[in-house]
Design a protein. Structure first.
Length: 141
């Protein structure tokens, strides 16, 4: 078991690694998506047109996506990054709903962002305990 900096409570290595893997999946997809926007690749430009956005918003959106993802990757700012990514992915969800396309991918990325962070960050688990306080007091699950 490893100890966290926040309050020295034990975290199993398995839970930590599952958290890292869950976090890595959306990070890789978001970095790929941001790079497509920043490089203005033909697929990204075509996608923007299909979604009803002008091409010139690709660069600012790519920068926002990249900054939010980098903040999420840095342990000290990971919660802020997750909050910002939630907003970004909410906009992506709304965009896909607006054009009548499936929107589950943005929602799944958001679940992975928060799930991975929850498993690897003791501060977040302390803030959002999944067990009720009654169960903790009685010692039951």
């Amino acid at each position: 078991m490893m100890l966290t900096e926040a309050n020295s409570s034990p975290i199993s290595k398995k839970m930590l690694w599952v958290g890292y893997i869950m976090s890595a999946l959306p990070v890789l997809l978001l970095l790929f998506s941001a790079s497509m926007k920043l490089l203005k690749l033909p697929a990204a430009v075509e996608g923007f047109g299909h979604l009803g956005y002008p091409e010139h918003v690709a660069l600012p959106l790519g920068i926002v996506e990249l900054v939010c993802t980098v903040l999420y990757v840095i342990p000290r700012t990971s919660v802020l990054g997750a909050i910002l990514l939630t907003g970004y992915l909410g906009g992506a969800t709304a965009t896909h709903v607006r054009v009548g396309e499936p929107f589950y991918m943005a929602i799944m990325l958001g679940i992975l962002v928060w799930g991975g962070l929850y498993l690897r960050d003791e501060r977040l688990r302390a803030l959002l305990p999944l067990r009720s306080s009654l169960a903790k007091q009685t010692g039951s699950v």
